[in-house]
Design a protein around this ligand. Structure first.
Ligand SMILES: *Cc1c(COP(=O)(O)O)cnc(C)c1O
Length: 357
């Protein structure tokens, strides 16, 4: 099978193999990874290694802390403003996808929100270019890759000119390209797209921005408590953290972020070049804003969509399907997807186009 699913999504087969062994007998302990205590050296080593791999792969400085938290990216929509935004203060938000819209809704529960740009007018098919972020913003929230509509900010350094702390939802493109992660004051990502299995959330936070709000923060929601306890404030999602650790290790062994970026570039280039060469298919987003992770397209003649969908199934292409709110097709090309899968997909597209053209 070639897995193009948007999330949960493909992971390296080495990870599945190692994880399946660990379910039966973890590190020759005679115990399953699913039954060991989280406050044992067996698991503490997993957590420590996962955190240090993130630190290494992202080249983080000592101000940035790495956390593995519960609740998925959606919980961060509320946890971020709860920890960073006072009631009378304002945070700037970009509205570039359904996920950004959800983050805005949650932030409004805690303080003022200024939506500094939106691409809602054209159904999120592009990224806004000229917009301003007031210097009074407590932080600027962006979604680096818009999973559902298939756009991705290509120049993340451009956000630095506003001189406000940057908070980024990187759920669908974390560790997929070389960027300066230290420029972000808070990064979060649900693991199930590019770093592991569902059930855990990776958070990287600059500890200097914490402790500036005056509301009481519930214990489990306060980042400082998780930092102090090394992501072991309560029982962590043991297996999900373990899968992250294995995936991060695989990434490191395969050349790290730079190598992933190179491969992701090759996959996306092959895909989009093929798409643009076949008139029966049509990309839906502005070319300069196209995502390297999630490519969204439709068919010139919508009547053919069902047939193409059937063909994909026959060929073992899994997850070639638009989000329920958009329709059409979406293919996700996360780190673990081999180039070979995109070769197979593009050959199927060419053959389909030939027969219909
Ligand atoms: C998938 C996704 C989310 C939601 O993640 P959950 O872990 O399901 O809460 C949020 N933001 C982006 C950009 C996503 O791709």
């Amino acid at each position: 099978m070639h897995n193009f699913n948007a999330g949960p999504s493909i992971l390296p087969k080495e990870v599945f193999e190692e994880a399946s062994r660990a379910i039966l007998n973890f590190n020759n302990s005679g115990l399953s990874i699913l039954e060991i205590g989280h406050r044992t050296p067996l698991f503490e080593n997993v957590m420590n290694e996962a955190r240090s791999l993130v630190r290494e792969l992202m080249s983080l400085d000592k101000d940035h802390e790495v956390l593995f938290l519960h609740g998925g990216a959606s919980t961060q929509f509320m946890q971020v403003p709860m920890n960073l935004l006072n009631e009378k203060e304002m945070a700037a938000y970009t509205d570039t996808d359904v996920w950004g819209t959800k983050a805005i809704k949650e932030a409004k529960l805690f303080g003022h929100v200024e939506v500094v740009c939106s691409s809602k007018d054209r159904n999120y098919t592009y990224l806004p270019k000229d917009f301003h972020v007031p210097a009074t913003a407590k932080y600027l929230h962006i979604t680096t890759n818009n999973t559902i509509y298939g756009t991705q900010w290509q120049d993340l350094a451009a956000f630095e000119k506003f001189n406000v702390p940057i908070v980024a939802d990187m759920s669908s493109d974390i560790l997929s390209r070389s960027i300066d992660f230290n420029k972000f004051d808070l990064i979060y990502a649900g693991a199930q797209k590019n770093v592991g299995a569902a059930g855990v959330n990776l958070v990287v936070v600059n500890k200097n921005i914490l402790g500036q709000v005056n509301r009481p923060i519930p214990t489990m929601m306060d980042y400082r408590n998780h930092i102090e306890n090394g992501s072991m404030l309560n029982t962590p999602p043991v297996f999900a953290v373990y899968i992250c650790m294995l995936t991060l290790k695989w990434l490191k062994e395969n050349g790290g972020v730079a190598a992933a970026e190179k491969l992701n570039h090759a996959k996306a280039t092959l895909f989009y070049n093929t798409l643009d060469s076949l008139p029966v298919f049509k990309g839906t987003v502005a070319r300069e804003d196209r995502s390297f992770m999630n490519a969204v397209f439709v068919m010139e003649d919508p009547v053919l969509e069902k047939e193409f969908s059937e063909r994909c199934k026959q060929e073992g292409l899994y997850g070639v399907k638009g989000h329920r709110s958009v329709g059409g097709f979406r293919v996700s090309m996360y780190n673990a997807l081999p180039l070979e899968s995109v070769v197979v997909l593009t050959e199927v597209m060419k053959d389909f186009a030939n027969k219909k053209g």
